[in-house]
Design a protein around this ligand. Structure first.
Ligand code: PEP
Length: 249
């Protein structure tokens, strides 16, 4: 039985005061404890999560990390620094980083391997562009991102994969639940071929792309979808709580 994971990616939003208020508000709202909840704020807000840790049910992580433990890498963040801040998760290869910052599958694989080595749970983000989907290449593209992302990685059930079609991120246009299920099933099959069914059956694979309270129930009713990576709709704690409580929304 895979425990659902609902993770909120704040991207480049909120300051420290807003983060502290959000942590208090979300913790005061009722949510279903059978669901794991994580927030992925900007680096500058991570200390607010660490400070609140003893009175908070929210797990947290970072939006990116570098592929080395330390060194002359101005402007980068080491996984060891994230662990120091109490992070459990780290997003690896979000499409905004692939597209805007030019991250390659090779860089993503280096980051993923170091995340696991140091004790962070990576959330590997994969997804096709609209053009790739329209050309009928969606599975080929996503399959390659998964294979390259996991290359040389020792099978680990703590790896999380987020299937996020690029055309659905921040656009208000979500994939249909059955299209997301089909792709996520395909991703689990790749993990099965690489890592065997014992591990692939335990892997949590999320859907991301314009998730909101009105559509989360449909995604979560699919066999292979184990949760969601939520951008815009995670910024308001009440809306995010409605997504977390997908069983009653
Ligand atoms: C994301 O940033 O990963 C995302 C899925 O964003 P949104 O929910 O806003 O589409």
């Amino acid at each position: 039985m895979r425990r659902p994971l609902i993770a909120g990616n704040w991207k480049m939003h909120k300051n420290i005061r807003e983060a502290s208020e959000y942590i208090r508000e979300l913790n005061e709202l009722p949510w279903d404890d059978s669901v794991e909840v994580a927030v992925i704020p900007p680096f500058t807000c991570l200390f607010a999560f660490r400070e609140a840790r003893s009175r908070s049910r929210i797990r947290y992580g970072a939006q990116n990390m570098f592929w080395a433990r330390e060194g002359a890498f101005t402007g980068e963040i080491s996984p060891l620094m994230l662990l120091d801040l109490g992070c459990e998760y780290v997003l690896i290869g979000h499409s905004e980083r692939r597209q805007i910052m030019g991250e390659s599958d090779r860089m993503i694989n280096d980051k993923l391997r170091l995340a696991l080595e140091t004790g962070l749970f990576p959330i590997l983000c994969v997804g096709e562009t609209l053009e790739e989907r329209e050309n009928g290449n969606a599975k080929e593209v996503v399959g390659e991102q998964v294979r390259q992302g996991l290359q040389g990685v020792i099978p680990h059930p703590g790896v999380v994969i987020a299937y996020e079609p690029v055309w659905a991120i921040g656009t208000g246009v979500n994939a249909t639940a059955s299209d997301a299920q089909e792709m996520i099933h395909f991703v689990r099959d790749i993990a099965k071929k690489e890592w065997g069914s014992q591990v692939s059956d335990q892997l949590r694979i999320l859907y991301g792309g314009s998730v909101k309270p009105a559509n989360i129930g449909e995604f979560m009713s699919q066999d292979d979808i184990d949760g969601a990576l939520v951008g815009g709709a995670s910024l308001d704690p009440k809306v995010f709580a409605d997504i977390i409580n997908f069983r009653s929304t």
